[in-house]
Design a protein around this ligand. Structure first.
Ligand code: NAP
Length: 223
């Protein structure tokens, strides 16, 4: 049996990751601040209440699951940091919160669960990043969000080097622009077009993919 752990699992892309892995018969550790929505999904689902910036809770969960192999860890929880969007309206509080959730929390998850992933068959450490974090595609505005995802990308690149000797495959994925609360109704992709495609990409990851930045369809993105 294969096991996946997903953060931000109660809505948006996270909830569909839960549905996709449930349909594949995987055991799912579904982490969310309010896991009630997970009751609607049938499968081997283990809900955990988790605020990803509560690092004591992250450590406690890692301790609770000590000795359990986790094939795929998906750090999906994220925020848009919308208010810190243009020069003249930079709010340090929003900036710090965006970095806390999008950048520091995934690294703390990776640190807490690296042993669980290393003990598994698949050994995949995945972060849901964004094309907006690509410095090659840099554009105006969205300062905190872009920077938080660029920093996340750098972290995952570092993890890919640090953890290569333990056989981990560390990859950042861009889901596309998707119709979720964050992406909005005018986004170009539906959740059903994005998440199953990302699951297919994750399924196909090989050791040679360690340290890559991939689009939801598996094509390479420039850092
Ligand atoms: N949608 C897009 O177009 C798009 C594009 C590029 C990248 N992404 C990335 O994809 C990921 C998922 O986004 P989405 O579109 O599904 O957004 P969403 O619908 O807004 O969902 C965000 C998820 O993150 C969770 N979350 C936020 N802060 C959290 C915290 N402090 N602790 C625990 N969970 C927290 C939310 O949980 P609650 O329900 O408790 O708030 C929710 O489950 C994010 O990392 C986002 O940056 C999305």
């Amino acid at each position: 049996m294969s096991t996946v752990l997903i953060t931000g699992a109660a809505r948006g892309l996270g909830l569909d990751f839960v549905k996709q892995y449930a349909a594949k018969g995987w055991k799912i550790h579904a982490c969310a601040r309010a896991p009630e929505a997970l009751k609607q999904v049938k499968g081997d689902i283990h809900p955990h209440t988790l605020e990803v910036t509560d690092y004591a809770a992250v450590k406690a969960l890692a301790g609770e699951l000590k000795g359990e192999a986790i094939d795929v860890l998906i750090c999906n929880a994220g925020i848009s940091g919308k208010e810190a969007t243009v020069l003249g309206a930079i709010d340090p509080v929003v900036w710090r919160e965006t970095f806390e959730v999008n950048t520091l929390a995934p690294l703390m998850m990776a640190e807490a669960f690296a042993d669980h992933v290393a003990a598994s068959k698949d050994r995949k450490l995945v972060a849901i990043s964004s094309r907006l974090g690509s410095i090659t595609f840099a554009n105006n505005g969205r300062y905190s969000y872009r920077a938080s995802k660029a920093a996340l990308n750098m972290e995952w690149k570092g993890l890919s080097v640090d953890l290569a000797s333990r056989g981990l495959i560390c990859v950042v994925l861009h889901p596309g622009w998707v119709q979720t609360d964050m992406g909005g109704a005018t986004a170009t992709l539906t959740i059903e077009q994005s998440v199953p495609a990302m699951v297919k990409v994750i399924d196909g990851l090989k050791p040679a993919d360690n340290g890559r930045f991939l689009n939801y369809d598996g094509t390479e993105l420039p850092w």
